[in-house]
Design a protein around this ligand. Structure first.
Ligand SMILES: [Fe+2]
Ligand SMILES: [Fe+2]
Length: 391
């Protein structure tokens, strides 16, 4: 890493940078300021490597036990990418704390932000505790990139999440991609990474639940037309498809062979992995899950509204074999240049759509159904942490 000098020696130095970062991006509300952040490790199902070339051998507890430098580099890279998305999501959502539709929602987004910061914290703790000097440099750079300066490592994490329709769609579907990634890392041969995942996964469940239930409340309210909701599904779900990475990825291939990252359904899947197509395999599992969730919304739609759907796997892709080609959102049929230009206007949110959406949100109080029967997200935030093995 030429030209980059670590300013930090210890994890508490890093915490100083983290405290500056949250003030600087403007999310240090009283609730967030008061939260006590922790590194949390949970139990893993087995101490033996679960897949790949080293299957059956003991999982690694530290870097010295990892057989090659290439493997250590791949592992560090994976942790850096994961951590980057966590801090990025807080930056993307930073302006929404002010205009939550209800007090429950304000408390829910506060919790989501706290937990995303904790996930970034957890990844930085791994980098600093295990990866020596370069781990410290990476943990520091994690707080120097900014989503709103287009510096985060993955495209979807540089896009603004600037209204509450975006927020619910994002937490339902982009956080769900995150959930897939965490699940795949949970089976990692690097035991401290696997142990980091059990808490992160529990926290992630709240984010996806908030998003999914938010969208259900919007559909039930019946104020925002289904065609407009569909555009937001198209936007965030298509970019989530990209987040699984390229088809025929060699880094996914090696991460599997080396035991660093498994398939989403790894322990249940007794078939040999198709090493050449891992990302697309996980992507298709994701699409199945998402399609099922959207199907459930359809039962709450007002009569006469068009059914909602998950966009076709080929639509609006920028990564993989369908990248930069032109297909219909619902069916994946090819379109020529002119027709596609028109199609995008109909199927992706435009500036006019955003204006209409904001008008509805501002003027129609009942654009989203009340949240009923739910417990206070900030009162229950500690519950998932009770059984951490290192507290
Ligand atoms: Fe997260
Ligand atoms: Fe999340």
């Amino acid at each position: 890493m030429p030209g980059k000098v670590a300013k930090i020696g210890t994890f508490s130095d890093w915490v100083g940078l983290f405290n500056d970062w949250r003030k600087e991006i403007g999310v240090n509300t009283d609730d967030i300021e008061a939260f006590k952040f922790d590194t949390l490790y949970g139990a893993i199902e087995t101490d033996d490597i679960e897949f790949g070339h080293y299957k059956g051998k003991r999982k690694w507890e530290n870097l010295r036990q990892i057989p090659t430098q290439q493997m250590r580099d791949a592992l560090m890279n994976m942790i850096v990418y994961q951590g980057d998305t966590e801090f990025a999501s807080v930056e993307q959502q930073r302006n929404l704390l002010e205009n939550a539709p209800t007090d429950w929602d304000r408390r829910a987004i506060t919790r989501v932000m706290i937990e995303e910061m904790r996930h970034g914290w957890q990844m930085c703790a791994l980098l600093i505790d295990h990866f020596g000097y370069y781990g410290k440099v990476e943990a520091q750079k994690m707080l120097e990139r900014r989503a709103f300066e287009n510096k985060r490592l993955l495209g979807a994490f540089n896009v603004d999440v600037d209204n509450w329709m975006d927020f619910f769609t994002y937490t339902d579907f982009v956080d769900r991609d995150g959930n897939f990634q965490l699940q795949m890392l949970k089976f990692s041969a690097f035991a401290p990474l696997g142990r980091s995942m059990s808490y992160m996964l529990r926290e992630e469940a709240f984010h996806m639940g908030t998003g999914n239930d938010g969208l259900r409340r919007i559909v039930e309210a019946g104020v925002i037309p289904a065609w407009l909701i569909q555009k937001y599904l198209n936007k965030w779900i298509s970019s989530s498809y990209d987040l699984f990475g390229t088809d025929h990825s060699s880094s996914a291939h090696w991460a599997y062979v080396w035991g660093i990252k498994g398939r989403y359904d790894e322990p249940k899947n007794d078939k040999a992995a198709d090493l050449d197509d891992l990302n697309d395999y996980n992507r298709s599992l994701y699409r199945d899950e998402v399609s099922g969730l959207i199907e459930r919304f359809n039962s709450s739609l007002k009569p006469g509204e068009p059914k909602l759907y998950a966009p076709h796997i080929k639509f609006n892709r920028f990564i993989g074999r369908w990248a930069n080609q032109k297909f219909r959102a619902q069916t994946g049929e090819p379109l020529d240049d002119r027709a596609y230009e028109e199609h995008l206007k109909e199927y992706m949110p435009s500036a006019a759509d955003k204006k209409l959406l904001l008008e509805i949100i501002e003027t129609e109080k009942k654009w989203i159904a009340e949240k009923t029967g739910a417990r206070d997200p900030l009162a229950t935030i500690g519950e998932v942490r009770k059984s951490a093995i290192n507290l």
